[in-house]
Design a protein around this ligand. Structure first.
Ligand SMILES: Nc1nc2c(ncn2[C@@H]2O[C@H](COP(=O)(O)OP(=O)(O)OP(=O)(O)O)[C@@H](O)[C@H]2O)c(=O)[nH]1
Ligand SMILES: [Mg+2]
Length: 469
């Protein structure tokens, strides 16, 4: 049987937000106005086509004092006081919400009680907790602090010790994948009968996460292969035209790669079930900079030491990298070479590659200008770091979070201005280098091995990002 948990509590404490984050469902309605949820609604968590657990959103308690006294009255004489109370409450209009919210509990759902721990405990809360205790159902309390205030936490915890099988801090706006798993793990302990089935739920969550990471690794290798092999050519008739043509080609080249990058990011976002909102990155994020912005390249490219390592692995792949590194970051990678076009041509070619000998068999005396494929491994590192940064944003964006503008200012202070590859070892650089070498030709055993190793490196890195705070 699929385990069900009902999220209960006072109005506006963040019940729907907690549910949204736990179930990774951004279709859950959340609102700053109390009383948003008026009917129960069940959200299934489906993994591999199978519903593994379901969470039910409920309206907040409206009359906890009255509900408690009615329940207490019945507790003395009825075999099932919850049932007889709900039969009674169904006939009293002002008890609509209270009757509705206890529906899932009556049918056997476990209870997750949500409070905003940044405010003091009041008598109505105590009444609600007593109601839940009287139901006799397995229950856990969640402290969702809406503001950064810890002074009331000891009082809340003391109440919870009396009334719940377990309690946990869980922030609907900031909870990460690791914290969601910890919460599910903790749910196991609230009732022995659920231990087995919830262990299966936890394994299903882990397996699903690993599958998403694998799909992300495929998206990243696909993006890198497509952009690093991208090649644009155009024909011109004179040397004078060639310079203009190169510039145009560079513009098209960078546009195309930017589009491929956006598309890859969109696919990653879908994998992690972010559907409804317009996703704004924090203003300080390096991802707001253009892919071909100088700062992007300074911060996310190879370090000087890594350039030297890559150089040692065989000159071709580092292209202009070594030259760039010796110019020094302080000078500005791009200006050091003179012009953007100059810098780009160092990285991506852009020279006249051949005389355009014939057109329909007639000699024209023109030139063919070619931009790409990337001569240097730097583009691989830039795209890789940017995509991993995007991944970090996406996996840490809690689904219950809806205050996008405010959120974007505080979100992810951990968005480091440097790339994830900054501290990579020579071994890892070699894996990237080998991947870069086979990127244009993935046939044969060597190509397959190099791709596999690179993908493994991506998976390890993503795992580390998932598990870090
Ligand atoms: N800052 C902050 N705000 C939160 C948090 N959780 C919820 N909120 C906000 O609190 C308000 C109420 O959240 P809901 O999830 O709708 O609360 P609810 O308990 O379902 O409310 P009702 O359905 O009206 O009973 C919304 O504006 C949320 O964005 C949190 O962890 N931090
Ligand atoms: Mg709600």
């Amino acid at each position: 049987m699929t385990p069900e948990f009902a999220i209960l509590g006072h109005p506006n404490e963040g019940k729907s937000s907690v549910l949204s984050t736990l179930a990774e469902d951004d279709s859950v309605r959340v609102s700053p106005i109390p009383g948003e949820t008026t009917e129960c609604r069940t959200f299934p968590v489906v993994i591999d086509g199978r519903e593994v657990v379901r969470f039910t959103d409920t309206p907040g308690f409206q009359n906890p004092g009255r509900v408690l006294s009615e329940l207490q009255k019945r507790a003395e004489k009825d075999a099932n006081p919850l049932k007889t109370f709900r039969e009674y409450a169904a006939t009293v209009p002002e008890l609509h919400d209270d009757c509705e919210l206890l529906g899932p509990v009556e049918r056997g759902a476990g209870i997750i009680y949500v409070v905003d721990g940044s405010r003091p405990v009041r008598n109505v809360d105590k009444a609600e907790m007593e109601i839940l205790r009287l139901t006799g159902k397995p229950r856990m309390a969640i402290i969702n602090c809406k503001a950064d205030a810890a002074e009331h936490l000891p009082a809340w915890k003391a109440e919870f010790r009396k009334n719940f099988n377990s309690s946990r801090l869980f922030n609907a706006h900031r909870a990460t994948y690791a914290e969601r798993l910890l919460l599910l793990e903790a749910l196991k302990s609230i009732d022995q009968d659920w231990h087995q089935v919830l262990s299966e739920v936890v394994s299903a969550f882990k397996k699903d996460w690993a599958a998403r990471n694998t799909a992300t690794a495929d998206i990243i290798t696909g993006l890198l292969s497509a952009s690093l092999t991208l090649q644009l050519t155009d024909d011109v008739s004179s040397e004078g035209e060639a310079e203009k043509c190169r510039e145009k080609l560079f513009a098209r080249y960078s546009e195309k790669i930017s589009r491929m990058e956006k598309d890859a990011h969109q696919r990653i976002r879908n994998l992690f079930k972010h559907n409804i909102f317009h996703y704004d990155l924090p203003p300080h994020s390096i991802l707001n900079k253009d892919l071909f912005d100088e700062q992007t390249w300074q911060l996310l490219g190879l370090t000087r030491q890594q350039v030297v390592i890559a150089g040692g692995l065989g000159g071709a792949a580092i292209g202009a990298g070594l030259e760039m590194a010796t110019f020094g970051h302080g000078l500005g990678v791009f200006t050091a070479v003179g012009t953007i076009a100059g810098a780009l041509s160092a990285f991506f070619g852009g020279e006249n590659i051949s005389d355009r000998a014939t057109f329909l068999g007639l000699p024209l005396g023109g030139k063919r200008v070619q931009v790409g494929p990337a001569k240097s491994i730097d583009l691989l590192f830039i795209l890789l770091n940017r995509t991993l940064l995007y991944y970090q944003h996406i996996i840490n964006w809690a689904h219950g979070r809806r205050d996008y503008e405010k959120a974007s200012q505080v979100l992810l202070q951990s968005d480091s201005p440097q790339g994830f590859t900054k501290n990579w070892s020579a071994g890892n650089i070699k894996i990237c280098h080998d991947f870069f070498k086979v990127i244009r030709d993935d046939k044969g055993d060597n190509g397959r091995k190099a791709r596999e190793k690179f993908k493994q490196l991506l998976l390890t890195t993503m795992q580390e990002i998932s598990e870090s705070d």
